[in-house]
Design a protein around this ligand. Structure first.
Ligand SMILES: Nc1ncnc2c1ncn2[C@@H]1O[C@H](COP(=O)(O)OP(=O)(O)O)[C@@H](O)[C@H]1O
Ligand SMILES: [Mg+2]
Length: 391
């Protein structure tokens, strides 16, 4: 049983802060995904948890016990690497049993345990093969088996699916999720793939340049991103982010960007629900975010009754994804992606109107990138903030 706590850990390589003051608490049985772009410090953080890299600062605790100085083999954690790290000259059975042999367990016990694990991972028929005689997916399962065989308190996985082709990756994703349910153990899983994070995690920790941007359930980080970075990293296509300004007009605050005008009550994070209009600067540089699925498209010609529709632009490209279409529109100087049902019925070069409901817009501080908390005006004299796009 393992709860993993990371307290303010930092790891430097020369001038690079690979991990910069990160704190995390992974409850027993959680599936925590460390998510972020290449080079953001995911592997370094995981390796510090594993005991493979010592932190320069901070502590790592397992079940409340400080293990910062404890060698990797004594931490009761099993690591699965991207490269699988199998022994090429050993059979599948011996690869899986390897951690038990180094602990000098009895041969019969080892074979029994290897058979058990092989059964769980459907490797029973492959036990006599060597790694080079296996497919990528099978090798990956052997690497998992070697982690499982010790029955550790927690599993640490560093991009374990990245060497698999797309189809196998989806299938193995499901297998690992099922394994997590079945074992009820703590998983810490590194990936740069936001789909893996959304589908597998019970909680997601988003890292950017060694720093923690946000921790939350997949729903929280997707629906309420704490920063423009998180908003722009999750989703495919990701959230549209437009430079905007918060301006005071008619005694209330509005977010104005590229023809969108969203009335709002603005407060700092933590002040949710407080109408914090007083004392706010009259103009505040911000970033307005809208997810592609929260925009709807209409032909510009149908937009006679839209005095607030001010922006002109065009459909640039349309991607047919089979189940839906993504229309990429030029809105002022910005590109805006819109997710639409098929057939969307628009052609490249056509003028369109985009609409979004105020409660589906997100606002971030331009300088810090942090989310600005505000309450949309729900009592609907203006039901939707509108952007008109016309040629
Ligand atoms: N052993 C190392 N020596 C020098 N720099 C390293 C080492 N390991 C990682 N780094 C640097 O630390 C940063 C984070 O790396 P890493 O943790 O591997 O990121 P990620 O796994 O998110 O791609 C990168 O800038 C990387 O170049
Ligand atoms: Mg890595």
């Amino acid at each position: 049983m393992s709860r993993i706590t990371v307290e303010n850990v930092t790891r430097r390589y020369g001038d690079v802060r690979a991990v910069d003051g990160v704190s995390l608490d992974v409850a027993h049985g959680d599936f925590l995904v460390l998510l972020g772009p290449s080079g953001c410090g995911k592997s370094t953080l995981l390796r510090m948890i594993a005991g493979l890299v010592p932190p320069n600062d901070g502590r790592v605790l397992v079940d409340g016990r400080d293990v910062t100085e404890t060698p990797a083999r004594d931490r009761d954690l099993a690591m699965v690497f991207q490269s699988y790290a199998l022994y090429p000259h050993l059979t599948v059975a011996r690869n899986i049993g390897f951690p038990l042999r180094t602990r000098r367990q009895r041969k019969v016990e080892i074979s029994a345990r290897v058979a058990e694990v092989a059964d769980v991972l459907d490797l029973g028929k492959l036990l006599d093969r060597r790694p080079r005689e296996l497919s990528g997916g099978q090798r990956q399962r052997v690497a998992l088996g070697r982690a499982l065989v010790r029955d550790p308190g927690a599993f640490l996985m560093d991009e374990p699916l990245s060497n698999l082709d797309a189809q196998l990756r989806t299938a193995t994703r499901t297998e690992i999720t099922e394994l997590h349910h079945r074992l009820g153990r703590t998983f810490v899983y590194v990936t740069h793939d936001q789909v893996e994070a959304m589908t597998m995690a019970t909680s997601v920790a988003v890292l950017n340049r060694g720093r923690l941007e946000q921790v939350g359930t997949p729903t929280e980080v997707y629906d309420t991103p704490a920063s423009a970075f998180v908003a722009g990293f999750l989703g495919s296509p990701p959230m549209n982010l437009l430079d905007a300004e918060v301006v005071a007009r008619d005694g209330r605050l509005h977010a104005v960007a590229a023809g969108v005008d969203v009335p709002l009550d603005l407060g700092e994070p933590g002040n949710q629900g407080e109408p914090a209009n007083q004392g706010e600067p009259v103009r505040r540089p911000a970033v307005l975010g809208v997810r592609p699925e929260h925009l709807s498209l209409r032909p510009a010609a149908s937009d006679g009754a839209a005095p607030e529709a001010t922006l002109r632009g065009t459909v640039r490209t349309i991607e047919n994804l089979g189940s839906e279409e993504i229309a990429h529109c030029r809105v002022g100087t910005a590109e805006v992606a819109v997710r639409a049902r098929r057939p969307a019925g628009f052609t490249v070069g056509e003028g369109v109107v985009l609409t979004v409901r105020p409660e589906h817009t997100h606002l971030f501080d331009r300088e810090s990138g942090r989310r600005l908390v505000w309450r949309p005006d729900r009592d609907a004299s203006v039901p939707a903030a509108r952007v008109a796009v016309a040629t």
